[in-house]
Structure formats: C-alpha cells, structure tokens
Write a protein that binds this ligand. Structure first.
Ligand SMILES: C=CC1=C(C)c2cc3[nH]c(cc4nc(cc5[nH]c(cc1n2)c(C)c5CCC(=O)O)C(CCC(=O)O)=C4C)c(C)c3C=C
Ligand SMILES: [Fe+2]
Ligand SMILES: [Fe+2]
Length: 343
C-alpha cells in the first residue's frame, strides 16, 4: 500500500534555552549544515555557537510562539491534516530535527500497512542543508528500521508551473491593498561554499549569475540558480515591472561568505534609494517560521524603517492555504495513480 511522508525542518519543544540548545545541537551538528570535519564542527558548534546562541534564539522564538506551539510545527500539522482530507492514502508528518522524528512518522505509516512511500521534503529548492539532508536522513532511517519499505522522493518544485501559479496568486493577494515601490524576494541564505560543493561538474557554478543562462546539470542542485528561477517565473506570471523586483538571501551565520546580496543590507539600500513602500516575500519557506515571522516581519520592518522606509509588509508563506493543499494533494494523488511526479 502507498503512503505519503511530509518532512519539514522542525522546531524546539519550547522557546526556552533548555529546549532550544538540544535542538540547535542536532541541527548544527548535521554534517550537511555545518560541513566541516567532525572535530572542528564539535569545537565550533559545542565550544562556541551553543555557548551563547540558545539564549538569543530562545528570545527570538518567544516573540513568535503561539499558544498551540511553534508556528512551523502547527502550520505543518494543519497542512498535513488538510492534505489527508484530499487523498485515500495515509499521510504522516515528520521533522528533520527535534522530537517529531522521521522514524516515528515512518512507523505510523508502517502501522497502517504502507510499504511504498512518497517522501516530500517541504522545501521548494534543493540545498544540501535542507532538501538533501532530509532525503539522506529518511533513506538512512528506512534502511535501518524499515528495510521492507520503498521510498520515492518528490523533486524540488521551485519551477513547477502549478506551484508558480499558486505562489504567484498568493503574492497577488498579498499585494492587493498595497501600492509598492519594490518587492523583495528574500530566500534563506547558505554559505557560498555549499554551492560549489553541490556542483557535480565542479566548475559550472560561478556564484555571480553568469553561469545560470548556460544549460547545465549543475542547476538540479544549485540553490542559488533555483531561487533566481522562482523569482523570474513569478515575475513573468504576474507581469511585475523588472526594476521593482529583486532577490536576496537572509539568516546568515557568522563565518564564511554566504550568498549575496544579504537581505538586511538590501533593506537599507532600498530605503536609502528612496523606496518608501516595500513588500517582502519569502519563497524558500512553505510555512511561516522563526525566519519569516521574527527576522523578516519584525526585525526587517524595523531595519527598513530605521533606514528611512515608510511602509512595509511581509506576505505570508503558502502555509495551509486551500490552493497549496490542493496542489500537494494533486501531486501525491498523481503519484499514487500513475507513478508520475511533478517537474
Ligand atoms: C530554506 C531552507 C533552509 C536552508 C537552506 C537552511 C540553511 C541553514 N540554516 C542554518 C542555521 C539556522 N537556521 C535556523 C532556522 C531555520 N532554518 C530554516 C530553513 C533553512 N535553513 C527554517 C525553516 C528555520 C526556522 C525554524 C523554526 O523553528 O521556525 C536556525 C535556528 C534559529 C536561529 O538560531 O536563528 C539556525 C541556527 C544554517 C547554518 C544553514 C546552512 C548552512
Ligand atoms: Fe536555517
Ligand atoms: Fe548559475
């Protein structure tokens, strides 16, 4: 019997340093997130980052925490519940990090008689630190604990025409009552090094955009390329003016260079250039979370206004909107019926 496993990033159990610390430990000790030799990762994460970050992160989580729990978890649960109503197959939800494990989710499917699973990483774009780590973890868990199960993975859907339509329509809805000077597509950042590492040709990706017009197998795993593709396709779909749209990358951790331009610098640049009315969208995330609700909707607004901007909106992620739920249900049901996957 077939079933579906949805996987998102995960959150701490509560917005306290006590619960944030083990969550960040699991997250940052992932070799696909902090991709340095284990000894050095141990020193960097446990010896330096985890000495101060849990307190700072817990404060940030406290600002966005809901009565029901972490927004990312609650939204993912609502989404899962709604997808269930649109399919005959069992649908389980797991998180890459934290207590809602992939193992428990696969066990839930197994208990319902599932032996053929469609794995859906809830990320539109491929990155070693998001999509890839979910796939690798799910495969490891399957091989260790559920050898009789078979996994198929939904490809990154950043340029799928139905997805672009759903995303564009949600952006259009967000822009309905807002006359904008500029729209910023802010994607989660990654270190530039990850782009080079994920390039199977080892020479294609130049991290300046010059490579992106030359067709290459590297685009299947180039996060930067895929983010810019999403922006271009939405821009085309909504016929947005070229000079009023740009992309940037947020949430960098100190250290190596991360993908540029940096979102916080863009807030300042745009405000200083006289863009008074800014709309920000965050399409690297399918559900609102710490990075959108705190860093963009709260901090970003403050940064933009401090630099001279006057009106600022963050357009919510797709979350559990009917159109997004229907599209996911369409994809999983097509896979069930014909074994086809969206491209
Ligand atoms: C779009 C997907 C994501 C990628 C790619 C990604 C890479 C990445 N992230 C960190 C470090 C942190 N990210 C944090 C939060 C966080 N990251 C994503 C998604 C991607 N991360 C989400 C959805 C969230 C929010 C989780 C939530 O509970 O709401 C955090 C924790 C919070 C904080 O302390 O700021 C860290 C740390 C790295 C290092 C990285 C790539 C190398
Ligand atoms: Fe992150
Ligand atoms: Fe490129």
């Amino acid at each position: 019997m077939k079933g579906v496993l949805l996987v998102n990033l995960g959150s701490p159990d509560s917005p306290t340093p006590k619960d944030v610390k083990p969550y960040l430990d699991e997250f940052l000790m992932d070799e696909r997130v902090i991709d340095v030799p284990k000894l050095f990762r141990n020193l960097l994460v446990r010896g330096i980052i985890l000495q101060t970050r849990p307190k700072k992160s817990a404060e940030a989580y406290s600002k966005i925490w809901w009565d029901e729990g972490s927004p990312l978890i609650v939204i993912s649960e609502r989404f899962t519940e709604k997808v269930r109503k649109h399919t005959k197959m069992p649908v389980a939800l797991g998180m890459r990090y934290g207590s809602m494990s992939i193992k428990n989710a696969l066990q839930e499917l197994k208990d319902k008689g599932v032996d053929e699973v469609l794995l859906v990483p809830l990320y539109p774009h491929y990155a070693m630190s998001s999509y890839e780590t979910v796939v690798v973890k799910a495969m490891e868990v399957q091989q260790t604990f559920f050898p009789e199960m078979h996994l198929t993975t939904l490809p990154a859907f950043y340029k799928n025409s139905d997805y672009i339509k759903v995303l564009s329509e949600s952006i259009a809805e967000g822009l309905k009552d807002f006359e904008y000077d500029h729209i910023l597509f802010s994607y989660h950042g990654i270190p530039e090094r990850h782009i080079r590492k994920s390039d199977p040709t080892k020479f294609h990706c130049k991290i300046d955009g010059n490579c992106c017009k030359v067709n290459s197998v590297a685009h299947h795993t180039c996060y930067r390329h895929q983010c810019y593709d999403t922006t271009e396709l939405v821009k085309e779909h909504l016929d947005l003016p070229e000079d009023k749209v740009s992309s940037s990358f947020q949430s960098r951790l100190a250290g190596d260079p991360w993908l540029k331009p940096y979102t916080d610098f863009e807030f300042e640049r745009l405000a200083k250039e006289g863009k008074k009315r800014l709309a920000v969208i965050t399409p690297a995330f399918v559900s609102d979370c710490l990075e959108t609700l705190e860093e963009i909707a709260m901090e970003g607004k403050e940064q933009f206004e401090e630099a001279g901007g006057e009106h600022y909106i963050h357009i919510p992620c797709l979350n559990d909107s009917d159109a997004w739920v229907s599209l996911m249900a369409q994809w999983v049901n097509e896979w069930e019926a014909k074994k086809t996957l969206p491209v």
